[in-house]
Design a protein around this ligand. Structure first.
Ligand SMILES: Cc1ncc(COP(=O)(O)O)c(C=O)c1O
Length: 420
């Protein structure tokens, strides 16, 4: 299959499935992946860090005046942090633990922003001591926590934009409207705390470029109004994350979002430090899950296949985010049994009835031990997995250019497996 030709195909649902199938097939027949699966068994997450740096370069090309800070909550894996650190990316953290992952590896604090709107005072103190200066607030109690902080501390007020189209509408938990935002800026000024600008998150997996542009335009308008009314000057606009990934249907690409954002943002790029916190779009495509069938049953609603990973494990994105990664069988990828397909339900491995990964999946006749492959499993998968039923975390193994074929080292923490 010619991958370059497939990439030029029109963006139809079928074209996406064909592209993903070609990628999964190429991966599964590669020597490192085969060796890894043979050595390690399943379930297994195969991570290609080169795809992460490719996405970073893509974002930089599309919006060259934006400073990107990878939201490490999406996939906090060493190999991902390595390639992004090397590429000069900034990082976005939400907790002291995420910050420690970066400081341990020597990432300068000047490249780290802390964007959780609610933080323990001790966590703020630790972040300030580490040298982090950019933080997000969305209420007066949080602003008070910064009384006495170093003068170069930069607070961003988080705005809320409702995102009914997004898979995860983050405005229901955090952020304020324009009137409350104005009040918070005034309150901060009165307390001698300066506000550097504003941040927002349009909603995660938001497949609607016009919402990105509208949020940026509305925020810039609010900034202008407040600057005139309060006689202040803001210098930072944080446009958050939200860029979508293509799971089971083609979503807007980086270029589509950038095309509507550029004309809104570019006129302000000289005056403002424009930053972003993408998570999902950087890593979603970089990881592939390999599972195997552990059970087959004929039930009232048809054929069921039970897999060795599920909603409480790597497919936690299905449960928490309502995204639906494609599932291919190795038999299909190898072109076997083409005529013999039927609809099936895919159950996860835990002993409860919620753990159903997908229904109505068209699959060939499968047997215990057959492999299944899900692409687009990089974001919010291993990081949100649990150990329900005592099941271990699915190991992440680095393949592709980020790894050398050789001995596979399995650390005691199963999340940190790498080819060395
Ligand atoms: C504050 C903040 N920044 C960035 C992100 C990353 O968003 P996404 O993965 O949609 O790009 C999130 C996701 O929850 C977030 O809460």
């Amino acid at each position: 299959m010619n991958l370059a030709a497939l990439r030029r195909e029109p963006r139809t649902p079928l074209a996406l499935v064909r592209r993903r199938r070609a990628e999964a097939s190429a991966l599964l027949s590669s020597v490192p992946a085969r060796a890894t699966i043979a050595l390690h068994g399943t379930p297994l997450l195969l991570l290609d860090p080169e795809r992460v740096s490719r996405q970073y370069r893509h974002l930089r090309r599309a919006l060259p005046f934006v400073g990107f800070h990878y939201a490490i909550k999406a996939l906090a894996h060493d190999a991902v942090l390595d390639v992004l650190d090397e590429a000069g990316s900034g990082f976005d953290v939400a907790t002291g633990e995420e910050l420690a992952m970066l400081t341990r590896r020597g990432v300068p604090a000047s490249r780290i922003i802390h964007t959780h709107p609610i933080k323990k005072p001790a966590e703020i103190a630790e972040a300030l001591a580490a040298g982090v200066r950019t933080f997000v607030v969305d209420n007066d109690v949080e602003i008070e926590k910064f009384r006495g902080a170093p003068r170069d501390t930069r607070l961003l007020v988080r705005l809320a934009y409702r995102s009914p189209h997004a898979k995860s509408d983050l405005s229901s938990k955090f952020g304020v409207g324009p009137f409350e935002a104005a009040h918070l800026v005034e309150q901060a000024l009165a307390a001698g705390i300066s506000i550097a600008g504003f941040s927002y998150h349009v909603g995660s997996q938001l497949d609607d470029p016009t919402r990105f542009a509208a949020a940026a335009a509305d925020t810039l308008e609010l900034m202008g109004i407040l600057e005139r009314r309060l006689n202040v000057q803001f210098d930072t606009l944080d446009i958050g994350g939200g860029f979508p990934a293509s799971y089971d249907s083609e979503s807007a690409g980086i270029e589509d979002v950038a095309a509507v954002l550029r004309p809104v943002l570019e006129p302000h790029a000289r005056r403002l430090d424009i930053i972003a916190e993408p998570g999902r779009v950087m890593v979603a495509d970089a990881m592939t899950l390999v599972t195997s069938v552990v059970g087959v049953a004929e039930r009232g609603d048809g054929r069921w296949y039970y897999l060795d990973d599920g909603l409480y494990g790597s497919y936690s994105n299905v449960l928490t985010e309502d995204v639906h990664p494609l599932v291919f069988s190795e038999r299909d990828l190898r072109g076997r049994d083409a005529a013999n397909h039927r609809w099936a339900t895919l159950g996860g491995p835990t002993c409860d009835s919620s753990d159903v990964i997908a229904r109505e999946v068209l699959l060939p006749e499968l047997q215990v031990g057959d492999l299944l492959v899900s692409p687009t499993m990089g974001a919010y998968t291993t990081v949100t997995a649990t150990r329900f039923n005592g099941r271990p975390f699915t190991p992440v193994v680095v393949v592709g250019r980020g790894a050398t074929t050789g001995e596979i080292a399995v650390a005691s923490d199963a999340r940190r497996v790498a080819i060395v």
